[in-house]
Write a protein that binds this ligand. Structure first.
Ligand code: ZN
Length: 105
């Protein structure tokens, strides 16, 4: 028996908790395509959202995960990342120097 570490639940701990409450992802169908799910996918709508050291967001609430297959999981994660990039204010892009204009004498 290992005593539970103090402090907020970890990324791994949160996913284990989902498995304990709701079973293995592979025993569910993917919420997007209906195929066999492989991952529990965080819905990114928890106001009490946590983030681990690698920048992965997760929730301590097992109800905020949906079963998804690998390709749908990738798809939603990429769409979310692109949305973040598109909406985030960004500095003006650096203009690459494509050519050097020779002085015309
Ligand atoms: Zn799917």
């Amino acid at each position: 028996m290992t005593p539970r570490r103090p402090g907020p639940i970890t990324y791994k701990g949160a996913h284990r908790r989902v498995g304990r409450r709701r079973g293995r992802a592979r025993d569910h169908g993917c919420v997007d395509c209906g195929g066999p799910a492989r991952h529990w996918c965080y819905t990114h709508d928890d106001p009490a959202e946590l983030e681990d050291g690698r920048g992965y967001e997760y929730s301590p609430d097992p109800q905020r995960y949906e079963p998804r297959c690998v390709s749908c999981h990738k798809h939603v994660d990429l769409a979310r990342l692109e949305g973040r990039v598109l909406t985030a204010p960004s500095p003006a892009p650096l203009q690459p120097m494509l050519w050097i204009e020779w002085p015309t004498v």
